[in-house]
Design a protein around this ligand. Sequence first.
Ligand code: CA
Length: 228
Amino acid sequence: MSKLNILIVEDHALTRFGLRTAFEDSSSNICIYEAENAQKGLNILGKENIDIVIMDLGLPDMDGIEATKIIKTKYPSKKVIILSSHEKEEDVMKALNAGANSYCTKDVEPERLLEIINSVSKGAAWFDPKVAQFVLNAASSRKNETLQITNQTKTTESNLTARERQVLTLISDGFTNNEIAQKLDVSINTTKAHVCKILQKLGVQDRTQAAIKALKDKIISVSYTHLT
Ligand code: CA
């Protein structure tokens, strides 16, 4: 396994220290860089081969969301995990639209954060369950649009079959497995098998993350004007 280079952009020295210690204690495959403001973080990104940025929102020189936008414009392949002390809906949606791959709150357990880092490094989008609902709410208030856009989505990236896309659309709309089975007139076991395949293909752990990935990849940017 190759080393993961992680940049922590965080003005609070004790938080940086805590993260560094937690990461270094639990994995030898991680190399940590630290920046106490956004500009220093950007300088490091220009010089080092960083894989993942852990970004605070309240920084002295620049808002973490602005910094994320710059990073994602300059280096689209770098992953950004927002690590925030609060879960304001406005910030979550802004972070998502700035291109953040993940939004965690600072009460996340270090082991959990490591799992998130691993899945984000493999291309998954992960959102704290406390904030995931905002994304889904925003989507379900625009259900028809969502359906329309999802149906237009091509399968190139995720390799989902037409049936799996249909199931994913229903998941994004908040339907349970039972409801999906009824709607599609198939058995509950068939539905569960579809859901399993979808999670596998999208590289996510649960249906909420699957819905968010679907929305994040294809829909949210289209609908951003409705959210502000
Ligand atoms: Ca801060």
